[in-house]
Design a binder for this molecule. Sequence first.
Ligand SMILES: CC(C)(COP(=O)(O)OP(=O)(O)OC[C@H]1O[C@@H](n2cnc3c(N)ncnc32)[C@H](O)[C@@H]1OP(=O)(O)O)[C@@H](O)C(=O)NCCC(=O)NCCS
Length: 169
Amino acid sequence: MNTLTIDIRKAEPRDASAIAEVHQQAWRGAYSGIIPHRTLTSMINRRGVDWWANAIRRAATVLVVEIGGTVAGYATIGKNRARELRQQGEIYELYLRPEYQGIGLGSRLFKAAKARLADHGLRGLVVWALEDNHNALAFYAGNGGRDIAEGVEVFEQKALKKVAFVWND
Ligand SMILES: CC(C)(COP(=O)(O)OP(=O)(O)OC[C@H]1O[C@@H](n2cnc3c(N)ncnc32)[C@H](O)[C@@H]1OP(=O)(O)O)[C@@H](O)C(=O)NCCC(=O)NCCS
């Protein structure tokens, strides 16, 4: 029997192409039929290997979850951007390859991201998800998040509601 090791760690420049692939597959899976096709395609195309390599080298904190040597997902984390919310940390993105969803890796990555933000001295955490992304809403509620605020994001003249989930320490 093979033992698959699961490792959650900071991304390195060599992970850029795997993360670009995860990003493309996860965003297509999650947002096709929600975000207009043209906008979604250009959002995905903007985030190629070079974009990710840059993000990893710069200040952004990118985490990856690796299972049996394959990068199955990533999260980006940092300071909360919404001034009206008092939580100091934010998970900007958390995405898994479609074939690795639903087996607990998202929850593990979420907990690791939350712990890392706390290690950086950031108290409390916020995550935004599109209201139409029902899996994401169930996921954050299931991981103890409280939906506290709403916002709107406009994609090619299509206004989509987003929901903020928060965790307080
Ligand atoms: C949302 C996501 C990060 C969750 O990670 P995951 O590893 O699939 O989730 P887990 O296996 O840890 O599941 C935890 C809970 O999430 C919910 N959930 C996860 N996948 C789900 C699915 N496909 N359908 C319904 N609920 C789901 C369930 O409530 C589950 O609770 P349970 O274990 O009691 O059933 C992952 O599915 C993903 O990347 N989805 C596509 C991209 C996305 O929507 N990202 C979030 C953007 S804000």
